[in-house]
Design a protein around this ligand. Structure first.
Ligand SMILES: [Zn+2]
Length: 403
């Protein structure tokens, strides 16, 4: 990265690229504009495809539920200060701060056998957590957000294998963004529930998994969740800043509190273990990190607009429109600049909008016997005259490769 350029923060990039806004009427919540929401949906779709291949079932559960559920799960006792609670028809309700209790209810809807496990539920549900308004800021600290959350219901003998697979899933995901992961084992906090012996076993299981994954890790003393120890995964971005993204947490408590069971090979009911995990964490925050990491120059597959078609003058507008339609019909996200600005201004505008490719169309392109465009990148590189079809083909290959 060019150190001489001033680095922008995600709020400024978000505004300049028309991605999202925040408004005083909803502190700590993001209003996604069309282009920002494309980034959001593309990331979620990308994850969904990976998860489907990795044996997950996607579920969805209510945002507002009776507080009794969180009393049962233990969240009320240990997490209440961060929850939004409200009275509805004289009954106490909460906005869910986490998805686990509801995932547990779905688990409990039928008898589970030892050979049904692992059951992996992924959940992109909307969560609310009460952060102090003084610490809210853009997409980094929010009150309403979505985590790429998942809960794995497993047998105790499956812990190591399951954690190992998760470590490799997570590392693969980060490679896509050139993030280098670093691992931490977070141990029992002072405010914790459950038997200290179980805590110790769980910490040992996580440690064994980290060792067999052959990754180096540090210990975060007393930084575990109230229901179990966890592995936190941090990354460094292009500005060498450290971010915690992923977390993999072992939980022996919620299965107990929620009365979860499976029937073991000996025909007796046993308690499953829950693994709570998120790979990119809050999607809002992750997009904020990506915007700063790339300074808005998102990779082609994630860019809200992938191609800008820029006619040099009115005389070529018909042909420019034809090119625009051809590219659009191939599923590429494309914009057509029909303003009467000079071509230099159009190129500058598309460059500032961080659009990866520009198709510049003048008389020469229009009168060529093949359908052609002059391609320029946002980095200012001229890729010369290309046939429209082969340009589209190369874009598709680039996108395909990234996914
Ligand atoms: Zn959870």
């Amino acid at each position: 990265m060019d150190k001489n350029k001033t680095l922008k923060d995600h709020r400024q990039i978000g505004q300049e690229l028309d991605l999202f806004s925040v408004h005083e009427v909803a502190p700590g919540a993001i209003f996604w504009h069309h282009k920002g929401y494309i980034i959001y949906k593309t990331l979620v779709e990308f994850l969904r495809n990976i998860l489907l291949k990795s044996g997950y079932q996607e579920i969805s559960s209510p945002v507002m539920v009776k507080s009794e559920l969180f009393k049962m799960s233990g969240h009320w006792e240990f997490y209440n200060e961060h929850m939004f609670n409200l009275l509805v028809d004289k009954e106490e309700y909460s906005l869910k701060p986490m998805n686990c209790p509801e995932a547990s209810l779905i688990y409990k809807t039928m008898t589970r056998s030892y050979n049904d496990l692992p059951i992996r539920y992924s959940d992109f549900g909307i969560l609310h957590r009460n952060e102090l308004s003084g610490v809210l800021g853009g997409a980094f600290r929010v009150r309403q957000f979505t985590i790429d959350d998942a809960h794995h219901f497993i047998r105790p003998d499956q812990i190591q294998q399951e954690i190992l697979e998760l470590l490799s899933l997570t590392s693969d995901f980060y490679k896509k963004f050139n993030f280098k992961p670093h691992f931490y084992l977070a141990t029992k906090p002072d405010k914790a529930m459950g038997d200290p012996k179980l805590w110790k076993e769980a910490e040992e299981d996580l440690e064994k998994a980290l060792r067999s994954a052959k990754v180096s890790f540090d210990i975060k003393e007393k930084d575990g969740a109230f229901y179990g120890p966890k592995i936190d995964i941090h990354i460094k971005d292009s500005q060498d800043r450290d971010w915690q993204l992923a977390t993999i947490q072992l939980d022996f408590q919620i299965p107990e509190r929620m009365g979860l069971e499976y029937i073991d090979a000996d025909g007796k009911p046993k308690r499953p273990v829950i693994v709570h995990r998120a790979i990119l964490g809050s999607i809002e925050r992750f997009i904020g990190i990506l915007l700063e990491h790339y300074q808005g120059n998102l990779p082609l597959w994630l860019s809200p607009v992938q191609v800008a078609v820029l006619p040099v003058s009115e005389k070529v507008e018909d042909y420019a429109r034809q090119v625009f339609e051809t590219i659009k019909n191939e599923g590429i996200r494309v914009e057509l600049d029909m303003s009467n600005k000079p071509i230099g201004a159009k190129i500058r505008e598309a460059t500032l909008q961080k659009i990866p490719f520009m198709c510049i169309i003048g008389e020469k392109e229009k009168t060529s016997k093949d359908a052609v465009v002059s391609v320029r990148t946002r980095e200012g590189e001229n890729l010369s005259v290309q046939k429209v079809n082969s340009f589209i083909q190369s874009l598709k290959e680039d996108i395909e490769k990234a996914l």
